[in-house]
Design a protein around this ligand. Sequence first.
Ligand code: PLZ
Length: 445
Amino acid sequence: MTDQIPQRRRLVTAIPGPRSRAMMARKSAAVPVGVATTMPVFADRAGGGIVVDVDGNHLIDLGSGIAVTTVGNSAERVVDAVKAQVDRFTHTCFMVTPYEGYVAVAEALNALTPGDHVKRTALFNSGAEAVENAVKIARAYTKRAGVVAFDHAYHGRTNLTMALTAKEMPYKHGFGPFAPAVHRAPLSYPFRDGDVLTGRSAAARAIAHIEAHVSPDQLAAMVIEPIQGEGGFIESALGFLPALLEWCEAHGVVFIADEVQTGFARTGAMFACEHEGLVPSLIVTAKGIAGGLPLAAVTGEAAIMDAAHSGGLGGTYGGNPLACAAALAAIETIRADDLIGRAQEIERLMKERLRQLQRLDSRIGDVRGRGAMIAVELVRPGSVDPDSASAVSIAAEARSRGVIVLTCGTDGNVLRFLPPLTMGDELLHDALDVLAEAFAVTRRG
Ligand code: PLZ
């Protein structure tokens, strides 16, 4: 599939072109405004790191559908595996008549996730659904209700995960009341904490805050993204996560790593927890797991996972056979094509180029991230005041030149880059040239 679409940017109309414009009009008439789109451009085909729109424009994909098509869009092994499965059967419901693919994905995740202990995996449809189930499992195991989540956290759009998510607009505004027993704690945010706060001292601050608001014996779980995604690609200072994990272990609180965005080689390790040798009690995965098919998982210690009673976990589509076939193919692609190594190369290339840009443009306060999860935080020059207007205008300029770029951050002032790990250097350099241009035009303007 991938080879059929040349891996080159090519614009044949203005962005959006006439066909996309016409489809946007249909969208506005048929789909509620609540379901917004980043780019008013409709996809026709995609392969590797290129999305072809309905007007024939070839766009470079620095978003991977929000960190999903890690192995490239319509990756060959994924497409072949799904085609083979669709010919065998599309669905039986694993809770009715099980099938091997689900078990094989569970075995793969039990083996690949951090820690040598005995594990179990349950499959779901979306990241939010998996986070909810991780909390259900932690509650069943601890027989406690409370959950700690952090500033800038993003865990989903369902009721419990909205409660866990920090940002009010657009995720929570007007949608409450939210699930109770959620306690918010301060994060480690090196760019904003200043150099004085080490990981350990930021953890001490978070723990003091938690203990001032809730007794640890009321807490079932702490949920944290090892590198925060939607909140701004925030890497906590080294030592922060290990200190929190130790505290959780000391108090019988289940440590849940939300690796929905960071998982599956994205950060230059199979899972971001590995960068600090963390072994979480439960790990939640989704997105990059299945090359674009909807799948999510909760993996963890057998004793915790088995605490939910028989029949207590499930769902009609959880671990759908097409998604499982895709996951096995995506995992094999990561291994066979050394995409972990490729993510590390992408980090070097992108950080070098973005740091060059930072020397030219004082709006870039911080260049950060790991692997192919890289971001620049935009501020008013000489300060740490968020500059979301620049993020919006730079992203718009890049998009109009044929590069799909996403923003993030509680203040919307972070440009984030999530290319497929299969993207070649040439395409990456072209995308970075476009970004440099977008920075230059908005600097002048
Ligand atoms: N946990 C860490 O990043 C999804 C959200 C896009 P779902 N992030 C993209 C949007 O605006 O809806 C995400 C995540 C982390 C959980 C989730 C939720 O995963 O598959 O979108 O439910």
